[in-house]
Design a protein around this ligand. Structure first.
Ligand SMILES: *[C@@H]1O[C@H](CO)[C@@H](O)[C@H](O)[C@H]1NC(C)=O
Length: 239
């Protein structure tokens, strides 16, 4: 992902090379490395070894993993909507869930109308149920094998970083990005962008930024859910 700082990526690649180095010295036979590479190509091959075709295949595999959590995340929203105290907001939430479940891509105002309920129970970042925290972690491709207070903290950090990147990106302007950078930025924010035309990716990213830049720190739970809300039904994503 080109959004990872280069130094981090480099360090991770070095770690992998180190690991490969260790397992290729005796008593481990050299062929074991190739067997492992064959069994775990995504974990062991550093990025630079990948062909573009492989990169797309891997992004597809990862997207498949995160997509599996979408129905669970949406049904949680549906389940907790009766607990929203304001009647208008409750109605908006039900509408949005129904719309998305029927395959419609929501409009920006549909999502922003709900910002208030994502800053307090039951949808605020600190009040989300552990099951939803797990599902959202999966949607962000983060491991779920940690206690939920750690998952929550990590999701919070992740979302805050994305929010800051968004503000910087909005200032810079999307037109300053190359096609590849736009695709990566969209992928990072939940879109299966590998096969979507550049123009469409830019439109999607602009929608995302408009939502993100309207949100306050306290409403970041909405940005996190937006990874699902905005990406599920975007053109060419649903089969
Ligand atoms: C991503 O989009 C491509 C092109 O529309 C599609 O072929 C692929 O199945 C999608 N991947 C997933 C995991 O949905």
């Amino acid at each position: 992902m080109s959004c990872t700082p280069p130094s981090l990526k480099f360090r991770r690649d070095i770690t992998k090379c180190f690991f490969l180095g260790v397992i290729s010295v005796p008593p481990f036979a050299n062929y074991l490395v190739f067997l492992l590479m064959y069994l775990f190509p995504r974990q062991l091959l550093v990025r630079h070894f990948w062909t573009p075709k492989q990169q797309i295949d891997f992004l597809n595999i990862y997207h498949d993993i995160r997509k599996k959590s979408h129905p669970e995340i949406l049904s949680y929203l549906e389940k907790v909507s009766p607990l929203i105290s304001e009647k208008g907001l409750r109605w908006h939430m039900t509408e949005l869930c129904t719309k998305i479940q029927r395959g419609t891509h929501p409009a920006i105002p549909d999502i922003l109308a709900l910002r208030k309920c994502f800053s307090k129970p039951p949808l605020g970042m600190s009040q989300l149920h552990a099951s939803q925290i797990k599902a959202l972690s999966r949607a962000m491709l983060l491991t779920t094998h940690l206690p939920s207070f750690l998952l929550r903290r990590r999701l919070k950090t992740h979302t805050t970083v994305i929010h800051q990147l968004d503000k910087a990106l909005a200032k810079l302007g999307i037109n300053q990005l190359t096609e590849q950078e736009v695709k990566s930025a969209c992928y990072l924010r939940g879109l299966n962008s590998t096969h979507i035309a550049d123009e469409r990716c830019r439109t999607w990213l602009a929608e995302w930024l408009q939502i993100s830049c309207s949100l306050k720190e306290a409403e970041l739970s909405l940005l996190l859910h937006n990874v699902v809300l905005l990406s599920t039904n975007y053109i060419g994503t649903r089969r």
